[in-house]
Design a protein around this ligand. Structure first.
Ligand code: SAM
Length: 324
């Protein structure tokens, strides 16, 4: 797809470039904030699976930049934002970057170290594995990423704090909802307008972190497993009805973002000279600095070079070798 055609078909892609966001995902977090006011009072935030960094940019612009430009803020008062990803990211104002794996137990320790023992007010996670297109498989791998994020949450989030995580809607959605409800009294699954209807992604917005009494982080997986069995959790009412256990829940599902705003499933015409505006397709704000596909491209190039050098070529029926 050409640049202009992509600009036409994906209004959020075009807008992201115009507004200086590294990815269109920025709008998803902004629209979640419009609905849930997630940034209110946040002094410490963690962005899990942050590359190429548009959510970190949102955190920086919403929290760090206003505080930095306020004359009252001293350096010690400035919001602290820690971003983690397997991939390296280009720097962002006020964001501490950690290159690491969120499924690794040591990652939480690194975050805590940066917060100097204090806890975070907000943890966001937009993590996604490489999608295979097999929905069950993708949903499973995605749910593992959320559980890894939840593990970090139980170590770094303060009581009363918020957690926002990307989920893939599927047959285990109600189980995930019940698991999150063990730790948060308010859990809503939200679909921002900038997220395409055709995509199974949605976002779990979890408010007022309240771990069960006497909760020990070591018991997390045991506790979550119990929710997976009928009537496994005391928090769920399993007394009647045809649905059992984790399935016996109603999930609050909310569309968010201005209803009159842009629709991510629609094509919008490009500005034309007839409107008095001239259209020029912009380059992406910040291409990934070391994307995972880079090695694949290099390997492919190298192998095609090898093929070019050593494969005999047929010209007009006669067999010749390159270089001959
Ligand atoms: N929120 C980002 C933004 O706005 O720019 C986009 C995130 S992108 C959809 C998903 C990211 O998850 C990728 O950068 C990928 O490297 C990261 N990721 C996947 N598995 C991870 C893991 N186990 N640990 C850390 N990052 C991971």
């Amino acid at each position: 797809m050409g640049k202009a055609s992509k600009d036409k078909r994906d209004i959020y892609y075009r807008k992201a470039k115009e507004e200086g966001w590294r990815a269109r995902s920025a709008f998803k977090l902004l629209q979640i904030d419009e609905e849930f006011d997630i940034f209110r009072g946040v002094k410490r935030a963690v962005d899990l699976c942050a590359a190429p960094g548009s959510w970190s940019q949102v955190l920086s612009r919403k929290l760090y930049v206003p505080a930095k430009s306020s004359t009252e803020s001293r350096d010690g008062d400035l919001p602290l934002i820690v971003a983690i990803d397997l991939q390296p990211m280009a720097p962002i104002d006020g964001v501490i970057q950690v290159q690491g794996d969120i499924t690794n137990a040591r990652t939480a320790e690194v975050v805590i170290k940066h917060f100097d023992g204090c806890k975070a007010d907000l943890v966001v996670c937009d993590g996604a594995p490489d999608v295979t297109g097999l929905h069950d498989m993708d949903e499973f791998v995605q749910s593992q990423l959320i559980l890894a994020a939840l593990t970090i949450v139980t170590h770094v989030l303060r009581v009363g704090g918020k957690f926002v995580a990307k989920i893939f809607r599927g047959k285990d959605t109600s189980l995930l909802y019940s698991q999150l409800k063990l730790f948060f009294p308010y859990v809503t699954f939200a679909k921002p307008k900038s997220s395409r209807n055709s995509s199974i992604e949605a976002f779990a917005v979890c408010e007022n972190y309240s771990p069960p009494e006497g909760f020990n982080q070591k018991d997390l997986y045991h506790l979550l497993e119990k929710v997976g069995t009928p009537c496994g959790s005391d928090n769920l009412d399993c007394s009647s009805g045809w649905l059992e256990g984790a399935n016996k829940v109603y999930i609050p599902f909310l569309a968010c973002g201005d209803l009159n705003g842009y629709d991510s499933d629609r094509s919008y015409p490009l500005p034309s000279s007839a409107d008095g505006s001239s259209y020029q397709s912009l380059d992406p704000v910040q291409p990934p600095i070391a994307p995972p596909y880079k090695t694949a491209i290099e390997l492919k190039k190298a192998s095609s070079h090898v093929i070019n050098c050593f494969t005999p070529v047929m010209i007009s029926g006669s067999r010749i070798s390159p270089g001959s």
